[in-house]
Design a protein around this ligand. Structure first.
Ligand code: THU
Length: 134
């Protein structure tokens, strides 16, 4: 499903705002995400690092888990905001794939410029889904 320009801009602004809340004292790489549910609700997230490093949670998963923990499991699009338009990590791609293999993923840099927009299928070809558990 294609996004209106108004919705795209709203999501970009929300992801950039969420990025301001990133807790990233170790990497200093601040990430924000804005996840658009099928019902129109927007869930935001930021990366939350940890002194153990391994307990760090990415911005995208923060947003997905906020949504799922509030009973929302269907998603249309996610905007990921970073300094340089960085790409979602493999774990976040897999978590998104669980709920929304067709989701549109938009990556923006700190100016809000779209560096990439496309389907999750292109980022995670032949992803493993619940349907594979037969
Ligand atoms: N990070 C995200 O929040 N999302 C990604 O998809 C890539 C990486 C975070 C994790 C860590 O806090 C920092 O960026 C550097 O890896």
């Amino acid at each position: 499903m294609s996004l209106s320009q108004e919705t795209r801009q709203k999501l970009i602004a929300a992801a950039q705002k969420a990025r301001q809340y990133a807790y990233a004292p170790y990497s200093n790489y601040h990430v924000g995400a804005a996840l658009l549910a099928e019902n129109g609700t927007v869930f935001t997230g930021c990366n939350v690092e940890n002194a153990t490093y391994g307990a760090t949670v990415c911005a995208e998963r923060t947003a997905v888990f906020k949504a799922v923990s509030e009973g929302v499991r269907e998603f249309q699009a996610i905007v990921v905001a970073t300094s340089n338009g960085g790409s979602p990590c493999g774990i976040c791609r897999q978590v998104l794939y669980e709920f929304a293999p067709d989701i549109t993923v938009i990556m923006v840099d700190e100016t809000g410029t779209v560096r990439h927009e496309g389907s999750l299928h292109d980022l995670l070809p032949m992803g493993f889904s619940p349907a594979d558990l037969v």
